[in-house]
Design a protein around this ligand. Sequence first.
Ligand code: SAH
Ligand code: SF4
Ligand code: F3S
Length: 457
Amino acid sequence: MSDKKYYIETYGCQMNFSDSEIVNSIMAERGMRQAQGAEDADIIFINTCSIRDNAERKVWDRLKYFRSLRRKQNNEKIVGVLGCMAERIREKFLDEHKLVDMVVGPDAYRDIPKLLEEVEDGRKAVNVLLSLEETYADISPVRMTGNGVTAFVSIMRGCDNMCSFCVVPFTRGRERSRSADSIIEEIQALSDNGYKEVTVLGQNVNSYNDNCTSFAELMYRASQVNPEMRIRFSTSHPKDFPNELLHVINEQPNICNYIHIPAQSGSSEVLKKMRRPYTREQYLELIDNMRALIPGVSLSTDIITGFCGETEKQHEETMSLMKFVRYDLAYMFAYSERERTLAHRKYEDDIPEEVKKRRLSEIISQQMHIQEENNALELGNRHLVLVEGTSKRNEHQLNGRTDTNKMVVFDQVDFQHGDYVEVEITGNTSATLLAKPIRKSSIGEFYSTETSVLAVD
Ligand code: SAH
Ligand code: SF4
Ligand code: F3S
């Protein structure tokens, strides 16, 4: 088996990308090498997402392509479905469609070598058991495709929130936190290997709890590993955002001033049907509190349009909430009904597709406009940018993000990937800031001078 090459293709959220790195580690331990692409692989894994119907459709198209590849090359490629769709579709996948040889759910990746042996023996292999404990804490993810500067670290798995539209609790199982010590060790190892930014991941990081270590405490510990390493986090559920955490974010210069805080809707009635346990007013109060405790904090959101029974007035409430908050970034989706969810059982998916789409395009165009205005206000501002890579459009330009998660492009002088560069913003689009580089800097230097300038002012 170890002379075979594997290829892994990943769809869905950052959590799935992080899981693929765990699979890489499990495969590397068995001496397996990565192939360049599906075409030259003996084993193809597809790590899948079920969040919306179009996410699943993409996967079916790829599976059909893999089947045609198998036919064309006339070989015995093994095709394995991993991740959330594996959990949803299970054995049915193997029986009804001759597209797949193995199906592995998100808590069963340790079993992959054994399952591959079963497939080699001519059997179809399945493990979709969800676990109450698995966190892969002892597995060091193998980061084979990244930029060497930024990395994801999963700190918890599963979700207990049961928002009525969402399939994640069914595909990922119960919420569980990974031990704080193992997380800090992983961040230390990344720092030792030259990484400069870590994003800690969970479906709701605010409910992290390891033997009474809270998320705020974990973030504080993470920030102390290396003061020159940036820490980001995603996602936060608005139901619980303690002030203690806001203080830690504000006080530690290497914890980024950026919070992804999905509202989903601006209507309290819709939120209730979504089983999001906050009202429009409570959400807006939370935003006010964040802005009071972290001056200049950047905020982003997720929004669903056309949820069951959403009226035109309720849609307008979402528009007005977004206008009020003026997010720097928003991920916006048309509602897609998922089997097994409460919304599927209880409510009718009654908003016509064209209405969902029209509402979606209304919120998107409003948001683009707001982002452009927000970005225009940045003109002349100084930011510290962590260089992540070379611009795809122009090899003489670099790109990276500000502490507030805005993408910035500027001319290469003699900087390296992984450097912190102080820049001055000179222009913008709705998605990107353009800047001129001032000097190579560091978190320590940039934020201490920034404070002294403020003090003089
Ligand atoms: N745990 C995160 C979200 C993970 S899923 C949180 O609670 O914020 C990412 C986003 O996909 C959700 O925030 C939601 O906006 C969207 N989403 C989830 N289920 C969906 C569905 N059935 N139809 C459309 N969008 C959905
Ligand atoms: Fe889904 Fe809600 Fe859990 Fe997020 S918090 S993953 S939207 S159930
Ligand atoms: Fe998709 Fe699963 Fe993530 S459904 S969004 S890959 S948790």
